[in-house]
Design a protein around this ligand. Structure first.
Ligand SMILES: CCCCCCCC/C=C\CCCCCCCCCCC/C=C/C(=O)SCCNC(=O)CCNC(=O)[C@H](O)C(C)(C)COP(=O)(O)OP(=O)(O)OC[C@H]1O[C@@H](n2cnc3c(N)ncnc32)[C@H](O)[C@@H]1OP(=O)(O)O
Ligand SMILES: Cc1cc2nc3c(=O)[nH]c(=O)nc-3n(C[C@H](O)[C@H](O)[C@H](O)COP(=O)(O)OP(=O)(O)OC[C@H]3O[C@@H](n4cnc5c(N)ncnc54)[C@H](O)[C@@H]3O)c2cc1C
Length: 664
């Protein structure tokens, strides 16, 4: 059956041009061409093989990661790949590795927090990978509470050095990726102490290992924190622990772009907001949002193709059974995830723009949009990673029993992805940052300060607090204004209710703690509004290609109406819509599912994923699932012999015992 496209009928049904949709998904023709070329390059290179990852021991997996990274770096140099191409190469190699922290956090931390001189010195080494760095912030006792970190950096004016020290066990650095076995250097976050005064958390560049033989430098204890969830998965990464016993570094290894310590030990505070020390996290959160659509689309691609291949029930007189994708329950679980993948793609594009904009403003000493950038990156990181992790697990269930096999690609994808809900800020902790931002914005309503950007809708509070939805028939839910108004009114009313409840407390902070759960819900409502509004804004752009806009339109309203259905309690309890209007939204949702159904396989083909990247028997492009499941099963080490190891020691005696018992 090799060579037959089992999904050809599905592809022939599509009502739009897949090649055009590929461009929209990639962001531009240029981005598509780069991605396509690099994906094929990776797929055709045997060093990047990954189908056997589950069967490797931790040590073998880790060594294979080192080999892949070294080979990738060699190819980057040989082929003179630029930054964009190198980034795509890393993406399609698809194996978490120390390089992520080196390029994704160590280098950005130096760029963002180092002086020009420091950048010149350290980036020239880091860019050539003559040193490899990680981001050592989290400690055994504190991750979320950055202000609670315990590692100290005490200035010694006698020698013009900082003494980096781990005063307690809980102060040990714990979790940093790339730290355990690879990094030669780290940006270490520690409490700066000079002249006996604690000035809080600052970043320092610290060498950890010898550049000659890779052994840890004196007074440094470093290692890997141990195996993490799932076979393969994130175990290719050497998350590490690190302890310092009065390790000395020159004063100029404090990252001094923001604040400084002089030769005399005087602390010179930053003349810009001190929160810029958190800048690397803002940058990475933004990349994590962009990445959510990659992970979700990958799971959705597998589940959609398999749902079209898989048939259950419905056959009469030996006839053909129903494709499971035709069941409305399957559509109701799958199509909102398909829509979410597209929604996250577009909100990721927008967030990248916002991040670039705020970076340019900061360079011009305009700090006005920093709080919004922080709230958006924190909130959207939280929203998209939670939905993506849940979505991958839902895709596994959508694939029935076979989804539980490692070769479906879904268990490993889930295990790799799920820590995104925790790293770069626990998702609840991050929504609480959004909630604080919203409470401030609500408190300023009526003060003459006009809310802008993603909170501009709050400026229309007088209308949004009393409006009633005008929807009268199902199709009215395809009106962008009707949808936006419902989401804006819900978000505002939830935020205002929280603010009112807060005001009942004498002590605001105590009130905040008491209302945490409501505040998180209000923050989520605000973030969902952002995603919906950015999807609608995308539709207003000039999008060409046969039938493409129509499909995106359907997906946009599936995303919005599915959220409305899922959070109906919010919409009804805040009187934004009536039960009748909710029921009309449901009717419209079902109609949209019917319209998406013939296009579903083509909509996931538009992601342009190679079989190598998907690494899934269920998600194969040709849909040839069953013979390949057998092929995979035969490859399992348990099938190396017909009679298993251990038979003579442990199975035979039991069977013999049973025989004797049976004779009695
Ligand atoms: C194969 C070879 C290839 C070779 C080459 C290939 C090239 C490859 C190219 C690229 C590859 C790169 C891939 C990139 C992928 C990235 C990797 C991702 C892996 C991630 C690994 C994980 C890393 C980590 O987890 S690092 C640790 C992260 N830790 C956290 O996130 C901690 C969370 N906690 C906090 O952020 C804070 O403590 C807090 C915000 C919760 C609380 O802050 P705090 O100051 O204590 O308290 P608060 O009073 O609430 O805030 C004070 C004011 O500060 C404001 N604020 C807080 N945070 C920020 C911020 N970030 N920015 C701006 N402002 C902030 C807050 O609003 C308050 O303001 P106010 O006005 O005073 O109210
Ligand atoms: C795979 C992985 C890679 C990582 N890589 C790095 C790295 O490279 N560098 C690095 O420095 N760190 C790294 N980390 C650490 C990561 O950043 C932290 O684990 C993360 O910030 C969460 O902090 P925590 O572990 O302290 O969680 P905790 O804060 O202890 O969270 C535990 C629970 O408490 C809740 N909670 C905490 N505070 C509050 C609050 N104020 N209000 C309400 N609820 C609260 C949380 O919601 C959560 O449910 C990594 C972590 C993982 C899992």
């Amino acid at each position: 059956m090799e060579g037959i496209d089992h999904l050809a009928d599905e592809r022939n049904k599509a009502e739009f041009d897949v090649e055009d949709m590929k461009i929209v998904w990639a962001g531009s023709r240029h981005a598509f061409e780069v991605s396509d070329r690099i994906a094929r390059l990776v797929a055709s290179d045997p060093v990047f093989e990954k189908s056997n990852r589950a069967r490797l021991s931790r040590k073998e997996l880790f060594k294979s990661t080192l080999r892949k990274c070294a080979h990738a770096f060699k190819r980057i140099i040989e082929l003179r790949l630029n930054e964009e191409e190198a980034g795509r190469l890393r993406h399609f190699i698809d194996q978490p590795a120390y390089v992520d922290l080196h390029w994704g956090m160590f280098v950005p931390a130096i760029k963002g927090q180092g002086t020009e001189e420091q950048q010149k010195k350290w980036l020239s080494l880091a860019n050539k990978m003559q040193i490899i760095g990680c981001y050592a912030q989290t400690e055994l006792g504190h991750g979320s509470n950055v202000q609670g970190l315990e590692t100290t950096a005490t200035f010694d004016p006698k020698t013009d050095e900082f003494v980096i020290h781990t005063p307690t066990q809980t102060a040990s650095k714990w979790w940093p990726g790339g730290l355990g076995k690879v990094s030669t250097h780290a940006v270490v976050y520690a409490r700066l102490i000079t002249n006996g005064k604690d000035y809080g958390i600052h970043g320092f560049i610290v060498q950890l290992r010898s550049l000659e033989d890779h052994s840890p430098l004196p007074n440094i204890t470093v290692g890997d924190i141990g195996t993490k969830m799932g076979n393969g998965a994130y175990n290719s990464m050497d998350n590490g622990f690190l302890m310092f016993d009065h390790v000395r570094i020159p004063r100029d290894q404090m990252l001094m772009r923001l604040s400084k310590v002089t030769r005399e030990g005087e602390y010179v505070p930053s003349d810009v907001p001190k929160q810029l020390v958190y800048g690397t996290m803002v940058y990475v959160r933004q990349t994590i949002v962009a990445d959510a659509s990659n992970a979700l689309s990958r799971a959705v691609c597998i589940a959609t193709r398999y749902s079209a291949v898989r048939r259950q029930f419905g056959a009469h007189n030996g006839g053909i059974e129903t494709q499971v994708i035709d069941y409305k329950t399957q559509q109701n679980r799958l199509f909102p995830l398909l829509a979410s993948a597209y929604a996250f793609r577009f909100v990721g594009e927008w967030l990248k723009w916002l991040y670039t904009d705020v970076t340019e403003r900061l360079a011009a000493s305009d700090f006005a949009t920093l709080p919004e950038a922080h709230a958006c990156t924190a909130g959207l990181k939280s929203l998209t990673t939670t939905a993506t992790a849940d979505g991958i697990e839902e895709c596994r269930k959508l694939c029935g029993g076979h989804g539980y096999l490692w070769c479906s690609g879904l268990p490993e994808l889930f295990a790799v992805y799920v820590p995104a809900c925790t790293y770069e800020g626990d998702n609840v902790v991050l929504q609480l940052q959004v909630a604080r931002f919203l409470m401030k914005t609500v408190a300023q309503l009526g003060s003459g300060k006009v809310p802008v950007g993603t909170t501009a809708y709050m400026g229309r509070a007088a209308h949004l607090l009393q409006c009633r939805s005008g929807v009268q028939k199902a199709e009215d839910w395809l009106n962008p204004d009707a949808v936006l108004e419902a989401f804006e009114a819900r978000a505002l009313r939830m935020a205002v209710t929280c603010a009112k409840n807060l005001s009942k407390f004498e002590n605001q902070e105590q009130g905040f703690q008491e209302l945490l759960a409501d505040l998180v819900e209000a923050a989520i409502a605000h973030c969902q509004l952002i995603v919906v509004s950015k999807f609608i804004a995308k539709l207003e752009q000039d999008i060409g290609g046969k039938g493409v806009k129509k499909q995106l339109n359907n997906l946009c309203y599936i995303y919005a109406l599915y959220l409305l259905h899922k959070h109906l309690g919010d919409f009804l309890s805040t009187n934004c819509i009536t039960p009748k209007q909710a029921s009309l939204a449901n009717d419209q949702l079902r109609s949209l599912y019917t319209q998406v159904r013939p296009n579903a396989v083509a909509l996931v083909d538009a992601f342009n994923y190679t079989d190598h990247y998907l690494n899934s028997v269920l998600g194969r492009y040709d849909g040839n699932v069953y013979p390949k499941l057998f092929e995979e099963a035969w490859k399992d080490p348990l099938n190396d012999s017909v009679v298993p190891d251990g038979y003579h020691e442990y199975l035979r005696p039991v069977l013999k015992q049973q025989l004797r018992t049976a004779r009695l």
